[in-house]
Design a protein around this ligand. Structure first.
Ligand code: FAD
Ligand code: SF4
Length: 396
């Protein structure tokens, strides 16, 4: 009797199941029998964004086009918000609405999304939702590493043929790499941008260090006004300026995978829904291919939209932040607040804010990788990210 490679993989020793070791983002692939594809599929072992872009979108980024370096392959970008927001969603609930529509119209039979456990609102619990109610139970970010792909075996076993997967970049890279093995007729991918994710313990440290009332936080976001907005159980909003973060204490809080990631904008999703390229209060949408357009068309009549805009010049602020972050400088709160106000008035907005955030994170991650894993630098950093980082002077 021949044993399928899937089943053989199940026999791997537990210790050998996460070959990315400390760089593992716990995407979930290694919890399934698809682990035997890990060396090719893992985003941290085999960076292959350009190759996978060509398969998913028909082309990879044009390295002569600055919008492509930053935002990836796209057909269309816009700012949007739901005319009737979903109560309790991360933003206005565009992601949940698209997923519900796809189920209701029979375009898909299941949606991979992330609910939370009964005990802990921030502990992710990936599920395959079969009803709009189950999709809505997954609304709002669980701001921690989530093993979304651990449901992959269930997909094959349950005979699902049409599937929507919602996820962040590292999960989607591994998913695209094994897409052909899943036996699906049609896969739709709805991505969100993602940066600076943390383990559940890391999240606790971040909340304890930064919020006035960590135990009542229900939701938070690093906003386009250069402040973190914490929403508390009583509905109140606490705002903490980025520049007041205790960078020295928080330096090690972000997951090592996220300190080595250059796929902030979820390059391989069909459609991306975030906020960072949109004006304050709006969501940012990037349609990467025809499948993404088909998904967005389902909800266009429920959205207010406007064209993307870009204002300000990020470059000096990024250059100054590089050594400040490197040395773990923390400003006193009064100075941080003042700086927040000034930068909000004259600082980068819209797409320029997104570029500011991408530049700051890519330069930081490039330095981290260069110092800690110099042997990985050449293969792991995509060409578009090398171009972005190359615009700045980095310390040794
Ligand atoms: P909702 O309708 O509330 O739906 C949220 C969806 O997110 C749910 O379907 C759920 O399945 C999924 N989800 C929740 N937690 C996770 C998780 N840990 N991993 C994978 N999927 C999850 N946008 C930016 O522009 N810049 C950022 O830096 C940025 N960072 C993010 C970091 C994380 C960890 C996540 C999950 C998202 C991030 N986003 C970022 C996206 C943004 O915060 C919103 O999720 C997005 O705009 C959708 O809002 P919504 O109201 O439409 O989502
Ligand atoms: Fe496996 Fe995913 Fe971790 Fe890579 S990131 S080692 S594929 S679980």
């Amino acid at each position: 009797m021949t044993v399928s490679p899937h089943k053989k993989a199940k026999a791997l020793k537990p210790g050998s199941r996460r070959p990315a070791k400390e760089l593992c983002s716990e995407c979930g692939l290694c919890d399934t029998y698809y682990v035997h594809y890990v060396k090719e599929a893992c985003a941290f072992l085999n960076q292959q964004i350009a190759e996978l872009e060509t398969v998913a979108h028909g082309r990879s980024r044009d390295l002569e086009n600055e919008d492509d370096w930053y935002f990836g392959v796209s057909q269309e970008m816009m700012a949007a918000r739901k005319q009737t927001p979903i109560e309790g969603a991360q933003w206005t609930g565009i992601v949940s609405t698209i997923a519900c529509e796809m189920l209701e119209r029979g375009l898909v039979e299941g949606v991979v999304c992330v609910q939370n456990t009964a005990e802990d609102r921030f502990q992710p619990m990936p599920v395959i939702a079969r009803t709009p109610e189950e999709v809505l139970a997954a609304k709002v970010n669980k701001p921690t590493l989530s093993p979304n792909l651990n449901v992959l075996e269930e997909i094959e076993q349950s005979g699902l043929k049409r599937l929507l997967v919602i996820g962040v970049g590292c999960q989607i890279q591994a998913l695209r790499a094994v897409e052909q093995e899943l036996g699906l007729e049609k896969l739709y991918v709805l991505g969100t941008p993602c940066v600076d994710n943390v383990s559940r313990e890391g999240l606790q440290k971040f909340l304890d260090t930064t919020s006035r009332s960590p135990e009542t936080v229900v939701h938070y976001e690093f906003m386009q006004d250069f402040r973190i907005h914490f929403k508390h159980e009583d509905g109140s909003i606490e705002k903490v300026p980025f520049f007041g973060l205790k960078t020295n204490e928080l330096k090690d809080v972000f997951a090592p995978s996220c300190m080595s990631c250059f796929d902030y904008v979820n390059s391989l999703a069909d459609l991306v829904v975030g906020y960072m390229g949109a004006p304050f209060g709006w969501q940012w949408i990037v349609v990467r291919n025809d499948t993404g357009k088909e998904m967005l068309d389902l909800v266009r009549d429920q959205l207010d939209t406007q064209e993307v805009m870009s204002k300000g010049d990020r470059k000096a602020a990024v250059q100054q932040s590089i050594p400040a972050y490197d040395k773990g400088v923390t400003l006193p709160m009064w100075a941080a607040k003042m700086m927040g106000v000034v930068i909000e008035r004259i600082g980068p907005q819209g797409l320029e804010y997104a570029r500011f955030s991408i530049d700051s994170h890519f330069t930081r991650n490039y330095l981290h990788l260069k110092r800690k894993y110099p042997q990985k630098l050449e293969q792991h950093v995509p060409e578009y990210a090398k171009k972005i980082v190359g615009q700045y002077k980095l310390p040794e």
